[in-house]
Design a protein around this ligand. Structure first.
Ligand code: BJW
Ligand code: ZN
Length: 294
């Protein structure tokens, strides 16, 4: 059972009470208790591949079948998963009607998540809120449940299971890899004018996520949010991927305070943290915030 010292708990709760512009920054560790593998360390493998080697535009153009099978597997895993107590805590903090109990001095909380699993949004939906549309949640690395057409750039939500007939069954990691032909991969349904007729575009879709070397669409908005932030909670991220890895340092430099929740705190965390809550975020966050999540 996780524990926090009484003095840490007291000072963190006082900071929460005073915080005017709190921010939560989430990483893969937030969803680990929901059964979603993290990227680094144990769990960061899909078949024999390092998950990160598949999260690049180069991997997709070289082998779209392999990359789509990886994302299809992850979509199916997330569709079967449920939000955990840490997601539920954040949903309460984001809720306009419940926030004032925990963050009495602040008009809003922003959750900047690097996760693409949609679980934070689903925790909000469970309590009747749409935190993504209201701007409370920023999915800075995109979403597994969005597609982008590589021909016409059409972007749209997609929760289909399976996402294409050609990928059906390939999510089972115990099966040997068999290439899915290009025409069996997800294709664009956007209606497009072709000379005199209107037909679906049929271009190859890609997952609506941000890969290495690609820009973060919401970055300007994020920097504006961080500008005035006086308390950032850094939840389950290895703080190795930029720009997110620099956010806590930026808040600190502007005079804000940093609370880190992680199973294993890294060197970045030790430099910036005013509070280091070492342990499972799904246990420590409800404890630190005094939120009942069952
Ligand atoms: C628990 C737990 C429990 C477990 N409780 N804790 C500056 C310097 C150097 C390089 C760069 C730089 N600026 C940009 C770059 C390049 C690059 C980069 O950062 N490279 C680094 C590797 C050095 N960044 C980019 O390319 C970004 N784009 C960009 O900046 O554009 C402009 C630009 C481009 C090029 C050069 C310069 C500027 C885009 C980054 C996109 C990242 N994409 C991915 C894949 C998304 C799609 C997908 O999901 O497939 O995002 S990579 C992957 O890493 C994913 C994650 O969101 C991200 C972060 O991982 P995270 O969440 O931290 O997970 P883990 O697994 O690393 O850590 C889990 C943690 O949880 C651990 O600490 C555990 O201990 C903990 N934990 N269980 C609490 N129960
Ligand atoms: Zn298209």
């Amino acid at each position: 059972m996780a524990s926090i010292s009484q003095s840490q708990l007291r000072s963190f709760k006082a900071a929460l009470k005073e915080a005017k512009k709190p921010v939560a920054l989430a990483g893969a560790g937030l969803s680990a208790a929901s059964g979603i593998p993290t990227f680094r360390g144990a769990g960061g493998l899909w078949r024999e591949h390092d998950a990160l080697s598949l999260a690049t535009p180069e991997a997709f153009s070289m082998d779209p079948s392999k990359v789509w099978q990886f994302y299809h597997y992850r979509r199916e895993t997330c569709l079967r998963a449920s939000p955990n107590s840490a997601h539920r805590c954040l949903a309460k903090l984001l809720s306009p009607s419940q926030r004032s109990k925990y963050l009495p001095s602040s008009g809003s909380l922003h959750l900047i998540t690097q996760n693409v699993d949609g679980l934070s949004a689903r925790a909000g939906t469970e309590i009747g809120e749409d935190h993504v549309t209201s701007g409370g949640i920023l999915e800075m690395h995109g979403s597994l449940f969005r597609t982008v057409c590589t021909s016409c750039n059409d972007v749209r939500p997609n929760f289909e299971s399976p996402i294409s007939e050609g990928l059906r069954g390939t999510e089972d990691p115990s099966l040997e890899y068999r290439e899915t032909p290009l025409e069996g991969l997800p294709r664009c349904e956007n209606l497009t004018r072709w000379s005199r007729s209107i037909q679906p575009c049929r271009g190859l879709l890609r997952p609506g996520v941000v890969w290495f070397g690609e820009s973060i669409p919401a970055l300007d908005e994020i920097y504006e949010i961080l500008e005035g932030c006086d308390l950032i909670m850094v939840l389950g991220t290895s703080s190795t991927v930029y720009p997110a890895a620099g956010f806590a340092g930026q808040v600190k430099m502007n005079g804000g305070r940093v609370a880190v929740f992680n199973l294993e705190c890294g060197p970045q965390d030790r430099i910036h943290a005013d509070w280091l809550f070492q342990g499972a975020v799904e246990e420590l966050l409800p404890l630190a915030l005094g939120i009942e999540t069952q």
